[in-house]
Each structure stands twice: as C-alpha cells, then as structure tokens.
Design a protein around this ligand. Structure first.
Ligand code: PLP
Length: 375
C-alpha cells in the first residue's frame, strides 16, 4: 500500500516552468530575478512592507534575534509548545529561552502566564530582552493582548509564523505582528521551496540588514572587506522559482486543507474521546495540519495506539510537538506553566493533511482511526 505522508510537498503550479526559466537565465545562485519576485509577491500577499528570502526559517529567526542585539546572558521568552527551531535560534546568539505554556483555547502562548512571568522578572530587576511568539499549526496567537503585555515592558516581539503563511488574525496576515516575522518553506510546510525561509518586516532597516548579514556581511568594497560577522543564509534563485510557483497556489492549498479538516471533523467529530484543535475565532488559520486530541478514557485507546495502528497501514501521523520544557536539551531553562502543553502533547495527534491527499486516502485514515477506537 502506498505510504500516506503527514504533509508532503505538492507541486501543482508553474514551479517547473519557473525553475527552467531561472536555469536558462543562468541566475542559479543566491541572487536573481526569482528571489526579488518571490520577495515582492510575499509582500503583496501579506501586505507586509519588506521581505528577505533566506535558506530556512531557522536562519530567519537567527538573524532576527541577532538584529535585536541579543547576546550571551540575555533571556528570551519563547512559546513552549513549538518545534525546537524556535528555541534553538535563541541559543545560537548565546541567549537562554524562557518557556511560556499554551492557552487551551488557542494552543498558543497564554497571555496570563506571559504577564505573570514578566511581573516576576520585573520584581527581580531582570527583564528578558525579547519575545518569540509561535503561530502553532497555522493558527495565529492572540496578538492583541500578547502585544499589549510586551509593549508594557518595552519588549520587541518576533513572530514565528513558520507554520502559518496565509493565516490571518483580525484581518491582518500572520507574520505582521512582531517587529519581524518569519516563514518556513521547509518540505512539510503549506508551501515549500524544498528548504527555505523568509524574514518579513514593515521596518525596511531590518530587511536591509538581513540581506547584508545573510550574504556574508560584505562591506561595500571590491576587495572583500568585512566589518561584521556574516552568514551564508540567502535563498537560491532556483529555489525561489519553486517558491513562486507554490505561492501562486497558496490559496488553493489553504482551501484544500480546510476541506480536509472539515472532512475529519465530519467523520470523527462526534466520537466520544476525540477533540479537535480549537479554531480560535479571531482569524483564519491556514489549516496547515489537522490536529486531534485522543482522550483514552473515552475513546478506549490512547494516542500512541492510534498512531501505531496508522503506521501499521503505512500512514504517517505524528504526535504534537514535544514541549520545549520537556526536551533534554532545554531541561535547565526556566518555564512558566507547562501542564497544558504536556496534556496536548500526551493526547495530541497530527493527522495527514497534505493538499494532495485523495478522498480514498482520507477514507482509509478515518476508518482505521474508528476501527482502532472500537477495540
Ligand atoms: C514553529 C517553527 N519554527 C521554525 C521552524 C524552522 O523552519 P525551517 O525548517 O525552515 O528552518 C519550523 C519548521 O521547520 C517551525 O515549525
């Protein structure tokens, strides 16, 4: 039986044509018209002023943190329930993450806990220097209260919208809410360039600087002079061509993933012990992944039993991200809360959600889940 993947690439647009165009133009390195056009198209779609195409979302986070001047000994607040890259980047600049638990209503950073943590830091006389807020599984965090709290303490926010391209919050695009936002075009994301990312900001200085730092920080001199440490983080023109083909199909991909989520909701929603990641209602998610909670007391078996039953039929489903405070590598980091993320991790399962899933695939997945529960 053919394997069904969690969220595989789906090349259904002009990717090949644009890539051949890039190839034939001989612009196959990290500069070129496809890179420029990809950045412009992202800006036009998100209505964010400026963008720098980079080799990964992690590179974008790293540069964003560098540009905020973070360094050794600084603390940076970070969502607890996320992929490790959000927190890893904080350590690249020598800083330490402090993890804030999720809110059950959104699965994103809990405003009450952020407030508590910052009050506590203020009392100690040592505030963190920045906040990384993640838009989990394609749903924006609740930015209005979160940004107000950060503003009260003068803290800049980086929006980790790696998973949320195309989502919105109160009518504005994911990626727009911090001083900088980042996207990922990694192979499992809603659109992909094989690997790639983007840093976006309404502040042109950040994007100008990101382009400078990501191309080895060359001073304007013919003789390779460097006054700053640089990085080799720019996106290839070939891959930007793939990204443009993908981006033109983003709306269709979001619509398809939304249909897939509705299909799962119709098929599984009424079953005792199955709950869906809540749609927060303050915006439109991009429906990147459909995520369910399996409450074993009601469903009869636990999350892992369901995952293994799917795996036995060559279907890839994945547990929800393991919270950062539970990761061995971050065990010494401070955290506030953690129980919500732990519970979501314990019971949460990401279902195959790729925009190229067929109805037969979906029927197969749902029938295995139902069958497993009845055992
Ligand atoms: C929340 C989050 N942040 C950051 C990243 C890193 O992006 P990339 O894989 O493009 O480096 C990812 C995904 O990979 C992610 O899911």
């Amino acid at each position: 039986m053919k394997r069904i993947y969690l969220s595989p690439p789906h090349l259904d647009g002009r990717e090949k044509e644009l890539m051949i165009e890039a190839y034939e133009s001989n612009w196959i390195t990290t500069l070129g018209p496809q890179v420029d056009a990809f950045e412009e198209e992202i800006c036009a779609m998100t209505k964010i002023g400026h963008a720098a195409a980079l080799s990964s979302g992690t590179a974008a986070l790293h540069l964003a943190l560098l540009m905020l001047g973070l360094g050794v000994g600084d603390e940076v607040i970070c969502s607890d329930l996320t992929f490790a890259a959000s927190a890893n980047a904080i350590t690249y600049v020598g800083s330490s993450p402090v993890f804030i638990d999720s809110d059950f209503a959104t699965w994103n950073m809990a405003q009450g806990l952020l407030d508590e943590e910052l009050r506590h830091c203020e009392k100690k006389g040592r505030l963190p220097k920045a906040v990384v807020i993640v838009d989990l599984y394609g749903q924006c965090a609740d930015y209005k209260p979160l940004l107000e709290i950060c503003a009260n303490y003068g803290l800049p926010v980086i929006e980790d919208a790696a998973e949320a391209l195309g989502a919105s919050y109160k009518g504005e695009a994911a990626g727009k809410f911090g001083v900088m936002g980042i996207y990922s075009f990694n192979g499992n994301k809603i659109i992909t360039t094989s690997g790639g990312g983007m840093l976006v900001s309404d502040n042109p200085d950040y994007v100008r600087r990101a382009k400078f730092l990501s191309t080895q920080a060359r001073d304007p001199a013919p003789h390779y002079q460097h006054s700053h440490i640089g990085y080799n983080y720019r996106l290839s023109n070939l891959l930007a061509a793939v990204g443009r083909g993908q981006l033109a199909r983003l709306e269709a991909k979001i619509a398809r993933r939304k249909q897939i989520k509705s299909f799962y909701k119709n098929a599984l929603g009424g079953i005792p012990g199955i709950e869906f990641m809540p749609d927060a209602g303050y915006g439109e998610p991009n429906h990147w992944l459909t995520v369910i909670l399996i409450m074993s007391e009601l469903f009869g078996v636990d999350r892992e039993t369901v995952r293994l039953a799917l795996e036995a039929e060559n279907i890839e489903a994945r547990p929800v991200w393991k919270p950062m405070h539970m990761q061995p590598v971050f065990r010494t980091c401070r955290k506030r809360g953690g129980e919500v993320a732990e519970e979501i991790f314990r019971n949460g399962l990401c279902l195959p959600s790729g925009s190229n899933l067929s109805m037969d695939d979906l029927d197969r997945i749902v029938s295995i889940i139902k069958r497993t529960g009845k055992r």
